[in-house]
Design a protein around this ligand. Structure first.
Ligand SMILES: *Cc1c(COP(=O)(O)O)cnc(C)c1O
Length: 454
């Protein structure tokens, strides 16, 4: 096989600098052992998120100049509307400044207190926005022992049916599918699962909406792994996929290949009117939704570029390339690797640290200390919650560390470096200390939490 090679060349560079070990130790303490509090200039390789961190293309940069900054009816909006209609097939397109703004407008409009929202797995902002308006987010992802299952992001249809029967269809205004399924490792959802979810929900008259952030990566997995799609284009796969839903929420900071932006799109004119009322109140006028005209241009081009199969092949394989290296080193990772990130089992790697002391968060701190690599915890700190009745903390099954790979930003030698940092951490892992919380916010606490070593 030929070497895995970036399908682009570099036109602009941004320098990065590795601080000394004592400097990194000091920055970590200053950041209260929460890498969200670090300054980015103190980070060498930044794998905190793939959100808004993409490198834009020369085509996108040049499109910025075409941004129409008119308050109402800007040309740039109509370009975005057209491309969304083409790929996603939904009639009404409402720009928003990022995904969670779309979540806020949509869930505020459709949910009543006590309503349930089933999903394969809700992302943390989605869960928070549903809970914020009194809704109950329910995760129904399949449980499989087969570690090479090609579509680990699928929803369990049996459990979905049970939930509807248990709480009643009146209590479920919609179902959602997150593609790819970010919180369980960026794992894809199969076309068959999407189709069957649509059919099941339809029998109860419940609409299906997509959390579409990584739709192109999901489509690429369908093309590679699902029978009948090998000869379809990525665009054709996307068009079929979205035809099974009534609409979607999109963060263009992911597969929009843009640094900011998003949209809500659907076919329901009444719903769009209601969402627009809130849009004008919270985000901005109907044709810009909190974005500059130039942002709309960048998103419109990004959505087209992301459909390029050479790009997607490199993207998905670069993630795998890092995952394979970690696997060879004996670092426990979630397999197979997903579309945008490698997930490391921090709980297993640092098994001497109890769940209550956030082993995955401790691993993120070690990766920074040993090599200036920034990652994010997806475990007890991000996902545990207090049980309302017993008052006890419920911890998630796994304490993961997510190494999210920004799109078109890092080369494979950066990935080699990250693997070498893991090698270093592994040598010293017995000495890594657990952490305890000393400050937490009521919502999305992982962003602002402060911790101390125990
Ligand atoms: C990023 C993300 C969101 C929220 O989008 P933002 O642009 O960060 O507000 C929602 N769902 C999923 C699956 C995401 O990955």
């Amino acid at each position: 096989m030929k070497a895995l090679v970036e399908p682009y060349k570099i036109k602009t560079v941004e320098s990065i600098k590795l601080l000394s070990y004592p400097e990194r130790e000091q920055r970590l303490k200053q950041a209260h052992f929460n890498l969200f509090n670090l300054k980015s200039e103190d980070v060498f390789i930044d794998l905190l998120t793939d959100s808004g961190t993409s490198a834009m293309s020369d085509s996108q940069w040049s499109a910025l100049m075409l941004g129409d900054e008119a308050y109402a009816g800007a040309k740039s909006y109509y370009k975005l509307e057209k491309i969304v209609q083409e790929i996603f097939g939904y009639k009404h397109v409402i720009p928003v400044h990022q995904g969670r703004a779309g979540e806020h407008l949509f869930f505020t409009t459709v949910l009543k207190k006590g309503d349930y929202v089933p999903s394969n797995t809700h992302f943390d902002t989605t869960r928070a926005n549903i809970s914020y308006v009194g809704g109950i987010p329910v995760d129904l992802v399949i449980q499989t022992k087969d570690c090479e299952h090609p579509f680990k992001g699928n929803i369990d249809l049996g459990k979905l049916d049970d939930l509807i029967k248990k709480v009643g269809k009146e209590k479920i205004p919609l179902g959602t599918l997150t593609i790819t399924n970010n919180s369980v490792g960026g794992q894809p959802v199969s076309m068959q699962n999407i189709k069957e979810t649509k059919e099941l929900l339809s029998t109860y008259g419940i609409p299906l909406y997509f959390d579409a952030c990584r739709f192109a990566e999901n489509a690429y997995f369908i093309k590679k792994r699902e029978k009948g799609y090998e000869n379809k284009t990525i665009k054709e796969i996307c068009q079929e996929l979205f035809s099974y839903g009534e609409g979607c929420i999109m963060s263009a900071k992911k597969d929009g290949l843009a640094n900011m932006g998003g949209f809500f799109a659907c076919n329901d004119a009444t719903l769009v009117d209601k969402v627009t009322h809130l849009l004008v109140l919270f985000e901005g006028f109907r044709t810009y939704g909190g974005l500059a005209g130039r942002d709309l241009e960048a998103v419109a081009r990004g959505l087209q570029e992301v459909l390029d199969e050479d790009y997607l092949a490199f993207r998905v394989n670069q993630v795998k390339y890092l995952g394979d290296q970690l696997d060879k080193l004996g670092v426990p990772i979630v397999k197979p690797t997903g579309g945008h990130a490698v997930f490391v089992d921090g709980g297993e790697m640092l098994s001497h640290i109890k769940k209550e002391n956030y082993p995955a968060q401790a691993l993120t701190c070690s990766l920074y200390k040993e090599g200036g690599v920034r990652s994010v915890e997806v475990g007890g700190l991000m996902l545990s919650r207090k049980d309302k009745e017993s008052g006890k903390m419920i911890f998630p099954d796994a304490d993961l560390v997510r190494l999210a790979i920004p799109r078109r930003v890092y080369t494979n030698s950066h990935m080699d470096y990250v693997a070498s940092v893991f090698e270093e951490v592994k040598k010293k892992k017995g000495k890594v200390k657990g952490l305890k919380l000393v400050y937490e916010a009521p919502w999305l606490r992982h962003f602002t939490a402060k911790l101390e070593e125990v």
